[in-house]
Ligand binder design. Structure first.
Ligand code: NIG
Ligand code: FE
Length: 416
């Protein structure tokens, strides 16, 4: 049994003896901390913690590894509840096309965007796709991510959607961090079904879902509910079919226009609803009466220069809000959660406390891991960030371009 002791921690952040399921409204700014702290981990889990002033001196532990955290901050690792890190190649040309004046929608309508990634992915072997994706997984772990949700949705036919989901399963089997898999066959209508969206939805429901369910390849079902992609009634039908196969819904909603995605997500009992640039006041009221986690993806709004989702208004209305990266080749080619936290503060006016709550416990809730991750709580996984020597946790979002992560602890072991 592996035992690890972190001592002389400058600030131990987000300490809850009994953690809530999520943090809503004002709770997001509480962020209980212990100054000059110690933290003990046993067998991959958080065992105990306290102030160095009454440090018990655990002398009976054999094979105890000790890390001196003088001047450093220890916090729960980032939980990234929305990514598309399984993809082939990149889309730098579209980045340049947008600089030169084309919009994201115009690029898609010319057969680019998601369809460009689908072309590339269909022509990539499973092993090659796994290697490319594994590099991205390593990258985000080194940036402090300790759990990740990964979506399919660049295959858009039975064979390639299964290929993506098998790659996600292989990433999960590496056993580095927690991985949840989402089936996003309804990401776009592929070229071979142009003009026959109903045919493609039938393929999703009648062929893809049974095959995925047979191999138990997904935890969640997702739909890109957007004009030109999938309408609210189509979204509803696909989510219900997913539920019949035991998958929990989550939705891409109101990103480029208002398309009743939030309403559909809430009515379907979605665990989260993501993007939300065009979220209305009525949507906020709807969300308040639901268990659905509204999730902002600041990387995508930044990269595509979209109007900003009303995160501040949501929190002030008492809602819980999560922030995730949306790491993908088309609208957010970064999975750096510390950077997402900076955007949360700078662009959305969250305080550093609220931003930390938004990228840890609230994202953990959005992938069903709130009892395992997201806070410093006895019995939760010891998956943590140790920062470099900094003055306060507020320096993390403040120094938006600096790498301030000294080490990442995954289930009680130092990640190398
Ligand atoms: O979450 N909005 C839809 N899907 C992705 C982007 C997909 C892409 O452009 O490749 C997103 O932003
Ligand atoms: Fe996405």
């Amino acid at each position: 049994m592996q035992k690890l002791l972190l001592k002389n921690i400058k600030t131990l952040v987000s300490v809850y003896e009994n953690a809530p399921q999520k943090l809503s409204g004002k709770e997001m700014s509480e962020l209980p901390c212990i100054e000059n702290a110690w933290l003990a981990c046993d067998d991959g889990l958080i065992a105990d913690y306290g102030s160095m002033e009454d440090f018990p001196g655990i002398t009976d532990w054999k094979e105890l590894e000790v890390i001196d955290c003088s001047g450093k901050i220890v916090m729960p690792g980032f939980v990234d509840s929305h990514t598309h890190i399984v993809y082939a190649g990149n889309r730098e040309q579209e980045f340049v096309d947008r600089i030169n004046g084309l919009t994201y929608e115009e690029i898609f309508n010319r057969g680019g965007g998601i369809l460009n990634s689908a072309d590339k992915l269909r022509n990539t072997t499973e092993d090659d796709l796994f290697e490319q994706s594994k590099q991205r997984l390593k990258e985000i772990i080194s940036q402090g991510t300790v759990a990740v949700e990964i979506k399919s949705g660049y295959g858009l036919n039975v064979e390639s959607e299964l290929k993506m989901l098998r790659v996600i399963r292989r990433l999960k089997e590496l056993n580095w961090i927690d991985v949840k898999a989402t089936f996003l066959g309804a990401h776009a209508v592929p070229n071979e079904f142009k003009g026959n969206k109903k045919g493609y939805i039938d393929l999703i429901i009648n062929e893809m879902l049974p095959a995925i369910s047979k191999e138990k390849l997904a935890d969640y079902i997702d739909v890109f509910c957007e004009k030109g992609y999938f309408e609210a009634d189509e979204t509803k039908r696909i989510l219900e079919a997913g539920k019949n196969h035991g998958l929990t819904p989550r939705v891409h909603a109101e990103q480029l226009s208002h398309n009743n995605g939030i309403k559909t997500a809430v009515e379907s009992g979605s665990i989260s609803v993501d993007h939300l640039e065009f979220c209305s006041d009525e949507d906020i009221t709807l969300l308040k009466s639901s268990n659905t986690m509204p999730t902002i993806l600041p990387g995508a709004a930044f990269f595509l220069n979209l109007q900003l989702p009303p995160a501040r208004k949501m929190i002030d209305a008492g809602l819980a809000v999560a922030f995730a990266s949306d790491y993908n080749p088309g609208s957010s080619p970064s999975g750096n959660m510390k950077l997402m936290m900076s955007m949360a503060c700078i662009q959305y006016k969250l305080t550093p406390e609220e931003a930390i709550s938004a990228v840890t416990l609230n994202t953990a809730y959005a992938m069903g891991l709130q009892n395992e991750l997201g806070t410093i709580t006895p019995g939760k996984k010891a998956s943590l960030i140790i920062t470099k020597e900094i003055n306060s946790y507020g320096f993390l979002p403040y120094a938006f371009g600096s790498d301030l992560i000294d080490s990442v602890i995954l289930k009680g072991k130092i990640w190398k």
